[in-house]
Design a protein around this ligand. Sequence first.
Ligand code: FES
Length: 477
Amino acid sequence: MNQHVVTFLPAGISVPVEAGSSLLQAQIAAGLQPDAPCGGKGTCGKCRVVLDGQEILACQTQVHRDMTVFTEQPEQMKILTAGLSVDILPDGTDAYVMAFDIGTTTVVCYLMDGRSGGLLAQSSCMNPQSQFGADVISRIQQVLKDGGDVMSTTIRDALSRLARETAAKAGIPPEAITASAIVGNTAMHHLLLGIDPKPLVTPPYMPAVFEALERNGARILPNIAGFVGGDTVGCMVSTRFDRLEELTLLIDIGTNGEMVLGNRNRRIACSTAAGPAFEGAKISCGMRGAEGAVDHVWLEKGELQYHVIGDKAPQGLCGSGLLDLVAVLLDLEVLDESGYLEEKAFSLCENVTLTQKDIREVQLAKAAIRAGIELLARQMGVKVEDIQQVYLAGAFGNYMDPKSACRIGMIPPVLIDRIQPIGNAAGEGAKLCALRREEFDYAKALAKHTEFLELASLPDFQDCYVDALEFSEEEDA
Ligand code: FES
């Protein structure tokens, strides 16, 4: 087979690739972990590189000769590692234990003293599977097309790398770590373990494996449904969800939106197809919460103000900034409740322009979340205003302004004073399960005793979703 050499600068890495491969494939082969939210379909525009002085899309460019390509160094993303948790007494049978939280976008690794439970070191990285697409569906499609080996090897290598890095930070050999626990959404779980993910994208969208597993000393938390996985169970472990008196709504908005409503009496979980808009994908100027991202926008004396992460010129909008900007545009009446943008596009500053299509993506995402909240409440037989507290898990929930989430109607405004960010509660759940076997058993019991609600099967789903598309502050979405 004819091969060509592609050299990437400024990294200075050269790789031989088969003629006809895309430049994106060459970047992946070079280990550069390119940003490719659409998975190489040519629609997100995020894989731009410079070839012969011209900006081109790496996924749409075939290698047909030796090439030298300039790529941007990916920005370091802020990764959320801490979260709400409880104090427990570890088993004490292992000197060192490790916990992993495999998110669709980021992966976090924690190393703990198995006797005291103290955190010794932690590390995090982007999930290297992002090079195959920002959302789980793109990655599953990739596995169905080409087999799952690359996908599972990619994440396993990342876990090994993180484990070595974290052990080195604590000054211990990796072999000294004798127990671990892993949380992840159902797709991350299947792709890690090399389990066929086809059932996740085929009705009734259920996991091939629900049960908690133990593999080589690793406790892997169970799944509740195709899109409600061990990460949600981890959040329930760390918040002691089945012991809560208050009727509580737990929301984790990532590339999908998982929710649980309940307390000590009953718990119902659902997933919403919120899509990755709030992770920067599908938004023309969207980016992750890294340096250069506008992360907050507000009005001061009628003037638009914004904040950029790091000491940098703005390069795009991350999820929290996107939410704020839409809320501000509603206040300025540049955007109406139906989602119509008065201007063709709204420019906040150089590199940050919101288009009508971007607004539509936000509407779809926020409507999915709002409809989920309304339908969970109905299923529980309560009104939305009966919810006594709202736990927001995950990075977006931690950094977003709840006022903006309520202003655009993503979260019912009546709940504004009941919202509490709980950080990386999934990671905290993994830590507890690594430290004590009883916690792992508790996770199994929580998964077993949580009902799952398939929103799309409900007769009122469509109406509820369509109502929730409006940017309305009204209580009844
Ligand atoms: S446009 Fe190339 S990866 Fe999305």
